[in-house]
Design a protein around this ligand. Structure first.
Ligand SMILES: [Zn+2]
Length: 477
């Protein structure tokens, strides 16, 4: 999408040849490419400066900075002390502040959650490296102060990044100001944005913008949704949402094939694990190339899933005034089964269903059900007149949605529900979705009479206090 980069005005001053010696030769970016490399380096430098102030627990349980000596300099002080930062636009040097903080604290939060669920916490984010993270930078738009986009024709536009060389640092006869023009190809109209993210390694630009609300006309309809494994989702109207399983499986196969090859390469090079091999820094070219390919394949399947979920959730928000979801504790479903010791053999174990659950785990993960509720949460929040409720899903799959009879045996199979009392027959997921809707409507009725405002839109919500512990209430207005 980023086609080429050109310069206009002065040549940007990129520092002294000997970084700290003002007597040495002054360097300038002579081409758009050089200017981009320089901006990416500067952005990463500032990011790592901030990151160096983060601490970890050392050997004796004391906090130590993660990278040795922390660099606490401010933007302006760094600018005056580091010649290569002197001419970088401030909206580029300021942007790492927030990004670094968000990245760090989401990782802290994620580790806390995962450790709570006794899952692998994953590692903390590290310093940004040229090799691992590629050349990238972010420039804030700040309501038009920099990174200004201009449409040139239907499919092309130019983003202008402006900056200024320090006094007396421009080449003779040139002005102080420089302009870096990013010529981009765009596939859709650019909405209002808050920042641009430039990936110079992959030649892409992303405009950060706030999502626009889904258009919603009051329909008076409510829907319950059951998320499952056979169908990604089923609703109380008897409709299903399925993932493009064939496409996803094909991508999965491609990934596995490559992962096997990677393991083989590590083995051939004499390493016990692929991780050791990757860490050794002596990886082959084929290995590095395949690793990139694997990354791209993962990204591709993520895009496919995202697309499906976006379309589905938009449709739900457009067609319904109320959406009821089960409040799934995904962790409970994907946690390992307890080992069952074999009483006849010391140290032996009986089958505990883990093998079966492994398959379930995988398709669960594939369905990535959390995504559905998070997308619905923000879409219902933005759209006017749509509410979302989370209810406790206990027994929704065993309860008859016609007579309310609860029985484990009601569930004939994974797909079919047959009531033992009134012999009501339905698709098991749809039956569950109807129960979920029922629970949502019940919750609404008891939570508060003025939950629905005078104009018919749901207003304030609160936790229920009528002592019925099996129901949890309401999420979004
Ligand atoms: Zn029944």
């Amino acid at each position: 999408m980023l086609e080429r980069v050109t310069l206009d005005g002065a040549k940007p001053f990129t520092g002294y040849a000997d970084r700290h010696d003002p007597e040495s030769e002054r360097l300038y970016a002579r081409s758009g490419g050089q200017a981009m490399d320089w901006l990416c380096d500067a952005w990463r430098y500032r990011f790592n400066q901030l990151r160096s102030n983060r601490c970890k627990y050392g050997k004796d349980k004391t906090l130590v900075p993660i990278g040795g000596e922390p660099d606490t300099r401010s933007v302006s002080r760094s600018r005056s002390e580091c010649s290569w930062l002197a001419a970088v636009p401030s909206l580029i040097l300021e942007s790492p502040t927030r990004i670094e903080r968000v990245e760090w604290f989401t990782a802290v939060q994620r580790r806390k959650t995962l450790l709570g669920k006794r899952l692998k916490p994953g590692r903390m984010p590290r310093f940004k490296s040229y090799k691992r993270d590629g050349q990238r930078f972010v420039c804030w738009h700040n309501g038009g102060r920099n990174a200004v986009y201009r449409q040139v024709n239907r499919n092309h536009g130019i983003i202008t990044i402006t900056g200024q060389n320090p006094k007396g640092m421009s080449l003779p006869g040139e002005p102080l100001r420089y302009r870096i023009l990013l010529h981009v190809r765009v596939s859709q109209p650019i909405r209002e944005y808050t920042a641009i993210q430039v990936d110079w390694t992959n030649r892409t630009v992303v405009f950060n913008n706030t999502p626009t609300p889904v258009k919603h006309e009051p329909t008076g309809r409510a829907v319950g949704i059951d998320r499952g494994c056979v169908h990604a989702a089923a609703d109380s109207d008897g409709r299903f949402m399925d993932l493009p399983k064939d496409r996803l499986k094909a991508i999965d196969r491609e990934i596995r094939k490559r992962q096997k090859a990677q393991a083989r390469r590590a083995g051939n090079a004499g390493y016990s694990s692929e991780r050791e091999y990757a860490k050794s820094g002596k990886t082959s070219r084929a290995y590095r190339r395949t690793r990139l390919e694997i990354g791209r394949l993962h990204a591709k399947s993520k895009r496919i899933l995202d697309d499906v979920y976006q379309k589905y959730t938009t449709r739900l928000v457009r067609e319904n005034d109320l959406i009821v979801l089960e409040n799934l504790r995904l962790a409970n479903m994907s946690r390992r089964n307890k080992p069952v010791p074999d009483p006849l053999h010391e140290g032996g174990y009986l089958p505990n269903g883990q093998a079966a659950k492994h398959g379930l785990n995988r398709s669960l993960r594939q369905a990535s059900m959390g995504r559905l509720s998070s997308m619905l949460a923000y879409k219902t929040r933005l759209a006017e007149g749509v509410g979302m409720i989370l209810v406790n899903p206990a027994y929704t799959s065993q309860t008859c949605s016609r007579c309310g009879h609860v029985d484990k045996k009601n569930r004939e199979s994974q797909a079919v529900f047959v009531c033992k009392k009134c012999s009501y027959t339905a698709n098991a997921d749809v039956n569950a979705a109807r129960n979920i809707l029922e629970r949502g409507l019940d919750t609404l009725a008891v939570t508060s009479e003025n939950l629905w405002g005078a104009d018919g839109t749901p207003v304030e919500q609160g936790r229920k206090t009528n002592g019925n512990a099996t129901r949890e209430s309401v999420a979004v207005s």
